[in-house]
Design a protein around this ligand. Structure first.
Ligand code: UDP
Length: 322
């Protein structure tokens, strides 16, 4: 793994601030950082996060939780070494319901999180997304692709908030010399996804477990590539500890159609559910697959968890929830 270059290396026990720390990925990151010996301060306003995701950390002396909207000024009266900005609604259903909060957390929230990093001389990482590529015209998507986004469509609030967040991150890097990282996260799944967040993984698994019809949108020919959460967090940690300011895609390049995925979930759950077809939501990207050449080269990272294995873990989690 490339070594970090700044003074944080000399800190015995680094302090990390994770915005969105009670969310799906934020809470997995919190656990990972605690395992690696960090002190962790999670900030979340529970708009889409859940206290259940961090309840197991109650009483952990290295963990602190602050309930706050990160678009408000962030005041912390202790040194901070790393800021990981993960707060944002991230499922299409969530950001359709919360378009203004989504735009605010990507813009004002990123501004506050960068301001915190600047103030504390901390290293900063923004959780960006494959959505910045929109409905991509280049396949698979390398980081050099600028994207194909409908700014005024229903997904525009999320895509543009993250595009703005990347631009603001680079502006702070260039003007204020903040030591920044940008990760573009592709579809990720695993325990702690919300059962009703509308994303395809919880939707298909909960439908299959309940014996209800599995709802494939459109003709199911659109593709996605799913990364298991532990692989993703490992890749993001490596990125933070590397020395690259360029965006890096982190995701699993194993691509499949949504129809194939529906069959896979029905098989893995042993369900008798039938597949039904529903209208394709507007601007739903037709294909998505990360080009992870950069992550392989710069971070010596690639995903390890096979879909069947990750899905088994995820189904076990959802069985307890449905
Ligand atoms: N999808 C589907 N059925 C569902 C939910 C989603 O067929 O019940 C499709 C959706 O149209 C998209 C893909 O699954 O093509 C992934 O959707 P998701 O909401 O998980 O995330 P996205 O990758 O679109 O951000």
């Amino acid at each position: 793994m490339p070594k970090a270059k700044i003074s944080v290396r000399s800190v015995k026990q680094p302090t990390s601030v994770v915005t969105g720390g009670a969310g799906f990925l934020g809470s997995h990151l919190v656990d990972y950082l605690l395992q690696r010996g960090h002190k962790v301060v999670a900030i979340d306003n529970f708009v889409t996060g859940s206290v259940d995701n961090i309840a197991h950390l109650a009483g952990n002396k290295n963990f602190k939780f602050i309930e706050q909207d990160v678009t408000e000024y962030l005041f912390l009266d202790f040194p901070v070494n790393y800021v990981w900005h993960f707060a944002s609604p991230a499922s299409p259903i969530d950001y359709l319901e919360l378009p203004i909060q989504t735009l605010k957390v990507g813009s004002l929230g990123t501004h506050k999180a960068l301001g915190l990093a600047l103030n504390k001389s901390a290293r900063f990482l923004i959780a960006s997304t494959s959505e910045i590529y929109g409905d991509p015209l280049i396949h698979p998507q390398p980081e050099t692709y600028w994207g194909n986004v409908n700014t005024i469509g229903p997904r525009g609030c999320y895509d543009e908030s993250k595009r703005f967040a990347e631009a603001l991150t680079m502006a702070y890097h260039r003007e204020h010399k903040v030591d920044t990282r940008i990760v573009r996260i592709f579809n990720t799944y695993g325990p702690r996804m919300r059962l009703n967040d509308g994303r395809v993984v919880p939707a298909f698994i909960s439908q299959a477990l309940k014996g209800k019809p599995v709802t494939v949108f459109g003709n199911g020919e659109q593709t996605r590539s799913f990364c298991y959460c532990s692989d993703l967090i490992e890749g993001i940690y490596r990125l933070m500890m590397s020395s690259t300011h360029e965006p890096v895609n982190i995701g699993n390049p194993t691509e499949m159609t949504m129809l194939q995925f529906a069959h896979e979930i029905i098989r893995a759950t042993g369900s008798k559910s039938k597949i039904v077809f529903k209208p394709l939501p507007q601007d739903d990207p037709k294909q998505r697959k990360p080009d992870i050449t950069r992550a392989r080269k710069l971070l010596q990272w690639e995903p390890k968890v096979k879909l069947a294995e990750g899905i088994t873990q995820t189904i076990a989690y959802f069985r307890k929830k449905v």
